[in-house]
Design a protein around this ligand. Sequence first.
Ligand code: 0RQ
Length: 504
Amino acid sequence: MSSRIHHSGLRSKVMSAEEAAAFIRPGTTVGMSGFTGSGSPTAVPLALAERIRAAHDRGEEFRINLHTGASTSPEMDGALAEVDGVALRAPFQSDPAMRAKINAGEIDYVDTHLSHLAQTVWNGFYGPMHTAVVEISAIREDGTLVPSSSVGNNKTWLDLAEQVILEVNSWQSADLEGLHDVYYGTALPPSRKPVMITAPSDRIGQPYFEVDPAKVVAVVETHAPDRNSPFKPADDDSIAIAQHLIEFFEHEVAQGRYDERLLPLQSGVGNIANAVMAELVKSRFKGLTAYTEVVQDGMLDALDSGTLATASATAFSLSTEAAERFNDTVAAYRDKLILRTQEISNHPEVVRRLGILAMNGMLEADLYGNVNSTHLMGTKMMNGLGGSGDFARNAFTSFFLTPSTAKNGDISCIVPMVSHVDHTEHDVHVVVTEQGLADLRGLSPRQRARLIIEKCAHPDYRPALEDYYERALKGSDGLHTPHLLGEALSWHQRFLDTGSMKQG
Ligand code: 0RQ
C-alpha cells in the first residue's frame, strides 16, 4: 500500500477504481477535480465510463451531471463523453469527444466564469452534489489532504458532496506539500469579508484540504501522469504578437503607467500565451510577478530565468517534458509558486486591486472591440470562456490576442460584427494580432473601428473591412456604432456557404 496514506481510517477504505465507481448513481451530480489536464482523477472516471457503457448495453439510463475545475483529461471528459455518460457539463472543457457531443446538442453545457461556479453550486442552482471525486497527492495523519497539481474547485466539492472518493496519485511529487494556499474564508453575502491579498505572493489560507473522514466512501491509489499536451514551437505569428506586446509594455513604462516590474501578469492558455512568456524571458524585464490561472511551460522558464519572481495560479498546464522536470525540482519552487482555489486565483476583487495585465486568446474581434472567445461561426462551442472574463473585466489593461486569420487565411479574425460576444467592447482595452496592436483605451466606437482595421486586420481583408465601414457610415441608422445590420454577419455566412470569408 502507498506510503502516501497516513490516516488509518482512510487507509481502511482503499479499494479498486471499479468498486469506488459503483458508489456513483445514475442521474446524480458529480464534482471532479482537474484543471487544464492537471490533477484530474483518471482511474475512477474510466471505471465509471465502463459501468455506464455496461448499463447502456443492458438498456438502462445512466448519465451524470459533471462539474470540474476546468478542462480535464481524455480519461475523464473523453471517456465519459464517448459512452454518452454526461447529461450536463460545467464550467469548461476542451476535449474533442465532449465538444462534438455538445455541438450535436446531446450534452447541455454551462459555459460560466471559472470563479463563479463554486458559488452557484453553493447556491443550489445545480441541485445537490452527490459525489466528489478528487485527486490528491497524499493523506496526512490527521486526515487533511495534500492537493495535487491543481486546486480548482476541490475545496468546494469536498465540502458540499454527500460522499467523497479520493484518488491518491503517487506520480505527483511528494514535494508539492506546502505549495498550496487553500482559503477557507469564503462566505455568502452578506457575510463576505475582503479577500486580503495585496501581492501575488500573499498567502491567506492553509496548505491542505479538509474533509470529513466519515463522508469518504472510497480511496483509490493511482500512479498516473497528468494529461500534458505539448506546445507547438512558437511560430512567426505568435512571436510577432509577443513582440508587439513587449513594445507596448516599454511604452507604458515610459508613460509611467507601469513601473519597471510592470504589473502582475495573467496569461491565458495556449501557444500564443506560451510564446509571450518565452519572448519576455528574452526581454530586459526581470523580477515580474504573475497572478494568473495556469502555469504553463513558458512561465516555469520565466521563474527559472528570474524574469518572474513569483507566480500565483490554480493549476499547472505543463508539457510532459516540463512536468517531469518540475516533478524532480518542485522543492526549488516552493517559495516562488502558489496554487490557490479558483475562486481566489480568479477573484475579481483581487484582479482589480492588483491591477492585472490580462492577456487572453480569442477567436475573433469586431470593428468596435467586442470579442468572441468561444463560438465558431456563432453556434459551435470551441472550449469555453474559462477565466478570461474573470480577468478581462477587472484588469488594469485587458489584452486580447489572435493571429489576424485562421484556417489558412479563409477566416478573418477581425470581422464587421462578432458572431457571439464573450467580452464586450467595454472590457477590451487592447487588441493584438501579428499585424499590430490597437490601443482602444479612451477611444469612441468610430475611432476604434479605424484603428482596428489599420493595425490588426490582415491585408487580404483590410479593403473589405474599410469598404464595409465606409458604407456603414453612410447607411447605418445610428452613427454611434455604425453597422449595416443585414450584412454584419454575412462574412460568417459566406464561410459556411463557401468555405471562405473572402469575397468571390
Ligand atoms: O483550430 O487547430 O483546428 O486549426 O481555433 O486557434 O490560433 O491555435 O489559438 O490555441 O490560442 O486558442 C480562443 C480557442 C484560441 C483559446 C482560443 C481556430 C484555429 C484553431 C485555435 P485548428 P489558435 P489558441 C483563461 C484563458 C477561451 C478561454 C480562455 C480559448 C483553433 O484561447 O479557448 O481565454 N480561449 N482561457 O484555426 C473559427 C475563428 C478562429 C478559429 C481561430 N475566428 N473562427 N476558428 N480558430 N480563430 C485565463 C487563464 O489564465 C488560463
